[in-house]
Design a protein around this ligand. Structure first.
Ligand code: ARG
Length: 483
């Protein structure tokens, strides 16, 4: 379910590496003393960016292969680097890698370990590269993987919704505006509304992926490099469409992460609305659906309670996603070009939002599959609240050729009359109706039932059961192979 494995890495700390008195070996030439403990703490990102280890190793392997192909390092060096990085990957995977806070981040942890393992060749890896283009590349790769994982989850949820919609394509429920009964719809139609929303969410994720799929590697610190590198080669090796076109832009923008968080925020908003509806539908006064023990909790004091906690928590967890978007926008908005260390704070919100989105998608998928619709109850309420008043007005327009505004007025008066007597529209007599509009005939009663109302909504995108079935079938065909 998790879209990106966090890190199977162990949390061991290298005590020698953490010695604050030691200058960082990666720039020790210029630094005599070491950083203070506070400096180390605020500076280090290894605690969270270790999640990038797979991407970092993939990026380094591509870079080393390119350095060898272009003759910048020897084939022998490249072979040793490849071997070393592969073994480091195995160490991390097995939880045997010792992460060092003094080495700041995943990039320097892996590079330092490489030099420790293979010596000279390892020290050549950072030729024509900076952590600035390295982290930008790694992070794009990570977000790309996350998009692919989430996309499959969204598609799965859409399929679950389509299946439930087919099952309930003809089951009436009250449709609401202002949460007041408006017109009857089918439960299937209501569920299919979310399929449309999620379909656009997938589109936004796909757009984000398309735009982010350019490779920053080779931009170096900010200006590019004097070495005869082949950026097309590294881009292709890492599955990017092309290298980025401007080195300053490549190392200093995080719009791909922001776009990803925007897409997730909008999707999360949809999941949160669905969850809110599930909460409402589960409440006793509605009782439209019931969730099983699998997706509810009880109360420690009130034995009768069955709480829709999963839905409530989706609603709440999505706050993390939009919070991440606002947080990262705030980090980025004041930064001059090019890289600034502020940008190290880009990862945690993206990781947190991804986890929240993945879990929320899984929970929604589970709830949609699990819920049992109380179709009798929904059917009963679908006809309440004068929900077929529009059908009455439409009949006056269609049959008596009244202008719609006039028909609306006549209908309003009839609703008022029914309300004053505490009865439904269909319970008024023909004489009552004719007192308001003499042209009315017995035929009008044929449009006042819930079934007739729903069956008449055959306009494209309307709630008629045939439409709903066709929508669900079309989506299921389109989704084939997406999950
Ligand atoms: N840990 C850093 C980050 O995540 C890597 C880049 C550091 N670059 C630098 N010039 N200090 O942003």
């Amino acid at each position: 379910m998790s879209v990106n494995e966090k890190s199977s890495a162990g949390n061991g700390e290298n005590s020698a590496g953490n010695d604050a008195a030691q200058a960082n070996a990666q720039w020790g030439g210029r630094f005599a003393g070491g950083p203070s403990a506070i400096m180390q703490e605020i500076n280090a990102s290894i605690g969270f960016d270790k999640a990038l280890w797979r991407q970092d190793i993939a990026g380094s392997l591509a870079h080393a292969a390119m350095l060898a192909r272009t003759g910048i390092i020897s084939a022998q060096d490249e072979a040793e680097i490849r071997q070393g990085l592969t073994e480091i990957g195995q160490e991390i995977e097995a939880g045997r890698f010792v992460f060092s806070t003094a080495l700041e981040d995943i990039h320097m942890n892996i590079e330092a370990r490489l030099s420790e393992r293979i010596g000279e060749a390892g020290k050549r890896l950072h030729t024509a590269r900076s952590r600035n283009d390295q982290v930008a590349t790694d992070f794009r790769l990570w977000v790309r993987d996350a998009i692919d994982g989430l996309d499959a989850q969204v598609a799965a949820l859409m399929r679950a919704l389509c299946r439930r919609a087919q099952e309930h394509a003809a089951d009436p429920m009250p449709g609401f505006t202002h949460l007041q009964t408006a017109q009857p719809v089918t439960f299937g139609h209501h569920l299919m509304a979310y399929v449309e929303m999620l379909g656009r969410d997938r589109g936004r994720l796909a757009d984000t992926r398309r735009r982010l799929n350019e490779c920053p590697l080779g931009s170096a610190a900010l200006a590019g490099t004097s070495f005869p590198i082949d950026r097309r080669m590294t881009a292709a090796t890492l599955g990017f469409d092309r290298p980025t076109a401007n080195s300053l832009d490549a190392v200093s923008d995080r719009d791909f992460a922001l776009e990803y968080l925007s897409a997730l925020s909008i999707m999360g908003m949809h999941l949160s609305r669905l969850s809110e509806e599930i909460v409402i539908w589960c409440s006793a006064p509605f009782a439209f659906v019931r969730l099983s023990d699998a997706f509810t909790t009880g109360s420690s004091i009130m034995p009768q309670k069955r709480n829709p906690d999963a839905a409530e928590l989706v609603r709440a967890k999505i706050g993390r996603v939009s919070g991440a978007l606002v947080g990262l926008l705030t980090v980025m908005k004041g930064l001059p070009l090019a890289y600034a260390k502020d940008m190290q704070e880009d990862k945690e919100p993206v990781f947190a939002a991804t986890d929240a989105a993945a879990l929320s998608l899984a929970a929604c998928d589970g709830m949609v599959r699990d819920l049992a619709a109380n179709t009798d109850r929904m059917r009963a309420y679908a006809g309440s609240g004068y929900s077929t008043a529009t059908d009455l007005a439409d009949w006056l327009v269609r049959v008596l050729k009244l202008p719609f505004r006039t028909a609306h007025h006549v209908t309003g008066r009839l609703v008022g009359l029914a309300e004053s007597r505490g009865v439904d529209l269909a319970q008024l007599s023909l004489e009552d109706m004719q007192a308001e509009e003499p042209g009315i005939t017995q035929d009008i009663f044929s449009v006042l039932t819930v079934e007739a109302s729903i069956a008449s909504r055959i306009s494209e995108g309307g709630t008629a059961p045939g439409n709903v079935r066709a929508q669900a079938t079309r989506w299921l065909t389109e989704l084939e192979g997406a999950v």
